[in-house]
Design a protein around this ligand. Structure first.
Ligand SMILES: *Cc1c(COP(=O)(O)O)cnc(C)c1O
Length: 381
């Protein structure tokens, strides 16, 4: 568990926690595998596994024989190695020269996004007397990292001459694969295929792992599955956008829960919370819940958010504080220690990540990755 004090009775001191269902994660992984077979599935574990907990999620996926794992940064890869994860790990992000020896030391797979970087990798591997695992990165329209598709031949050519690199992959990334209009995604895929024609034109085998699909590509662009797909948010049971086609059935594996810590009756004309922005015109029961924007429950959701208590939805009222929020239960009952669900499902009533995203004016990715490490993660099967 992250960021939690050690206490003598071993109980969770704080009633606010994330419950992560590893059985559901397994089901999602299997559903994606089945949908993309014979392509392999590379689970993406960046940003603390989309908030679900880097090492615990990695261990579960390793137990499912995931062939490869993906992270954004070198540090995330090192954390997995230090936790004893033996699986190949692709680091997706851009790199700088002095990081290369550390990649090699931890046997992390490097993304080579230019000829110069590829040569730096080859030289470093030679000097250290090791072989570097490398995936080539082609920019087909994201304009983030990677060699442009129209000048990719130089990188592919250079890769043929590397002596200390195992170039086991080549990949690109979609900018719009989760949109309803797939025109630009199709253009990107065609550009990537054009780059890959380099190998057929020369009668050479391409790198073993050609990959492009993120969650949007998995769901909407079967032609992009190639040898491997990179499953991020879909693995966690969340669809990347409201308009994406839900061609693979997955369910969320994360619930965010807390408990009532205070109950009171509020008189009309007595406003609730900072700024006195909300008040009732009749007497209501209001409960206080120990969670706030300091945990990643966005303050921007004030006035819109709802929570579930006893299988019913109730509005969060007044400004969301750093560590607490208030809920109007009208004249219903709720007692101290009763469960409050901020994200998740109870008795057939659900609050989804997309709803939180809509309230906060953001996307589900940011809801998940914004949940602070102050919130303990509890794993269930
Ligand atoms: C984050 C990321 C993914 C996963 O994206 P999802 O939409 O969460 O599936 C895949 N590839 C790259 C390069 C990424 O940065």
């Amino acid at each position: 568990m992250i960021n939690q004090p050690t206490i003598s009775n071993g109980d969770i001191a704080r009633p606010t926690y994330l419950e992560i269902n590893l059985t559901q994660l397994t089901r999602n992984y299997r559903a994606i595998q089945q949908a993309v077979a014979p392509a392999a599935v590379l689970p993406i574990l960046k940003a603390n596994a989309y908030g679900h907990g880097l090492v615990e999620i990695a261990r579960q996926l390793v137990s499912l024989d995931a062939p490869y794992l993906g992270v954004a940064f070198l540090e995330e890869g090192i954390m997995l190695r230090q936790a004893g994860i033996p699986t190949p790990i692709l680091v997706l992000g851009g790199i700088i020269g002095n990081q290369i020896p550390i990649f090699l030391q931890y046997d992390l797979t490097l993304t080579a996004s230019s000829v110069e970087k590829l040569q730096q990798i080859d030289t470093a591997a030679q000097q250290m007397g090791v072989r570097a695992r490398v995936h080539l990165k082609i920019d087909t329209g994201m304009e983030r990292i990677g060699v442009h598709y129209y000048s990719a031949a130089a990188l592919l050519e250079a890769a043929l001459h590397c002596q200390y690199c195992d170039v086991e992959g080549i990949y690109s990334h979609f900018a719009n694969a989760d949109a309803a209009d797939l025109t630009s995604a199709q253009v990107q895929l065609a550009r990537f295929e054009q780059v890959l024609a380099f190998y057929t034109e020369r009668g050479l085998p391409p790198p073993r792992l050609r990959h492009m699909a993120n969650s949007g590509g998995i769901l909407q662009l079967p032609g992009s599955h190639l040898d491997m797909v990179r499953a991020g948010i879909l693995l966690y049971g969340v669809y990347p956008s409201p308009e994406v086609a839900r061609t693979v059935a997955v369910r969320p594996c994360l619930s965010w829960k807390s408990r009532v810590v205070y109950f009171k009756v509020v008189q009309p004309g007595h406003p609730v919370s900072y700024g006195s922005a909300w008040q009732s015109d009749h007497m209501v029961r209001v409960v206080t819940v120990p969670v706030g924007y300091g945990d990643g429950y966005f303050r921007r959701m004030s006035g819109q958010a709802e929570v579930i208590i006893h299988g019913r939805r109730y509005p969060v009222v007044g400004r969301i504080c750093m560590d607490q929020l208030m809920v109007n239960i009208e004249w219903d009952s709720a007692y101290n220690n009763d469960e409050v669900i901020l994200l998740g499902e109870s008795e057939g009533v659900a609050i989804t990540c997309q709803e939180l995203a809509d309230w906060a004016g953001t996307i589900p990715y940011e809801i998940l990755t914004n949940i602070n490490t102050r919130v303990p993660r509890v794993y269930v099967k």
